[in-house]
Design a protein around this ligand. Structure first.
Ligand SMILES: *Cc1c(COP(=O)(O)O)cnc(C)c1O
Length: 386
């Protein structure tokens, strides 16, 4: 049996909507499908403004422009994240300041954030790993006390929530990804949630090449002109048409993924009890979206062994992230605050298992059996990794 790590899910209506956009000959951005997507996102998140972008990376870059991040400014974030979290701010000359993550959720450790704040700190960027929320009440309170902005990297967090509030809608700004590896997809794609109403007008301008074209199309001005520094961050209508088919199914997608996630969780419980591995932890305040199923093994040697053995059995498990703080880019552009021991340890011990819509219970059984087999023969059960 070959079990891929990921299989992009298609709802079946993507081509119908793309054909519709093609038929009407409206292919540039901000057409009818983009408006539908905006409306859906705003309704679901209660954010005053959702704007489609061509990626989550683009949404984060927009956030850095919107907050007027300047050279030498500092932005607090985890090192255990995707490069775009840091790059978006580095492009503005800012310095990412890495703080370690929590052992349980693998999210930015909110208890370490306040001591990382300096005169130059401008923003905090929590990343909701695996669609499990960061401790947002604490992070928002720290930001408020120090006059900092909060940009949620909610790339993995669509349809997940914290104390009932959708991820991405809690900070001043939130960024989603619709990359094909995420839950709701459009190939490449993303969205910026502008939760601070004071930033909405400039967000539209920055996204439309620095012009007030959005206002012009709404008939609010009789011509559009260059207003400030901006770029082209909007996707074309074909992408929005594809995305619309996915948004319509967002709840089904979440439900199906959760079913597979829970089955993994149940099947791996005994290995956790034996101390062979640790399963994901979801705090009671967090409703997650089953973006990923991972396990933590006792050490890197065991992880690599399990990974190789699974591959040998046709199971495409993977690991990530390589921490940013000791990558060449991280050494050049960023600095760390305090110890990175949890980040380093987790990155060496994490193993992500195949999870996609349509994966069967038999396939999950096959993956779990493969993990059990290699662990029985080689995992150091003396090393308690709980
Ligand atoms: C996927 C991801 C991104 C980048 O998303 P793109 O849409 O590919 O630009 C950024 N941050 C995190 C945490 C991600 O998982």
């Amino acid at each position: 049996m070959i079990i891929p790590f990921n299989k992009p899910y298609m709802t079946g209506r993507e081509l119908t909507y793309i054909a519709e956009a093609h038929f009407h000959g409206m292919l540039a951005g901000d057409g009818p499908f983009t408006k539908r997507c905006h409306g859906w996102l705003e309704k679901r998140t209660s954010s005053p403004k959702a704007l489609l972008t061509h990626s989550c990376t683009a949404a984060l870059e927009m956030a850095a422009l919107l907050l007027d991040i300047q050279s030498g400014d500092e932005v607090i974030m985890p090192s255990f994240t995707f490069v775009s979290t840091a790059n978006a701010f580095v492009l503005r000359g800012a310095i990412p300041v890495f703080v370690d993550i929590r052992e349980d959720t693998l999210n930015l450790d909110e208890r370490l954030v306040e001591s990382a704040i300096t005169r130059r700190t401008r923003a905090i960027v929590p990343v909701h790993y695996a669609g499990v929320a960061c401790e947002m009440d604490t992070i928002m309170a720290i930001a408020c006390a120090h006059g900092l902005s909060v940009v949620e990297d909610a790339a993995q967090g669509m349809t997940a929530s914290y104390k009932g509030r959708p991820l991405g809608s809690i900070g001043d700004l939130g960024a989603y990804s619709f990359h094909e590896t995420k839950n709701v997809i459009s190939g490449e794609g993303g969205s910026l949630l502008v939760n601070d109403p004071a930033l909405v007008c400039r967000a539209e301008i920055i996204r439309e090449k620095g012009t007030d074209r959005s206002r012009f199309f709404r008939g609010e001005v009789d011509k559009y002109t260059w207003q400030e520094a901006g770029s082209s961050f909007l996707p074309g209508e074909l992408i929005a048409a594809f995305l619309w088919a996915q948004l319509e199914e967002a709840d089904t997608i979440k439900r199906q993924r959760l079913e597979s996630w829970r089955y993994y969780h149940e099947r791996l419980a005994s290995l956790e009890e034996e101390g062979v591995l640790r399963r994901p932890v979801v705090p009671p305040d967090c409703q997650h979206n089953a973006h990923m199923y991972y396990v933590l093994l006792p050490d890197e040697v065991t992880r690599d062994l399990v990974l190789a053995s699974l591959r040998n059995d046709g199971v495409n498990a993977v690991f990530h992230y390589l921490p940013l703080h000791n990558s060449p880019g991280g050494l050049k552009y960023a600095r760390i605050h305090g110890s990175m021991s949890t980040t380093t340890s987790v990155a060496a011990r994490i193993l992500r298992l195949p999870l996609w819509i349509g994966i069967s219970r038999e396939q999950i059984d096959y993956v779990v059996t493969a993990v059990e087999r290699v662990c029985a023969s080689s995992c150091k059960t003396s090393l308690d990794c709980r």
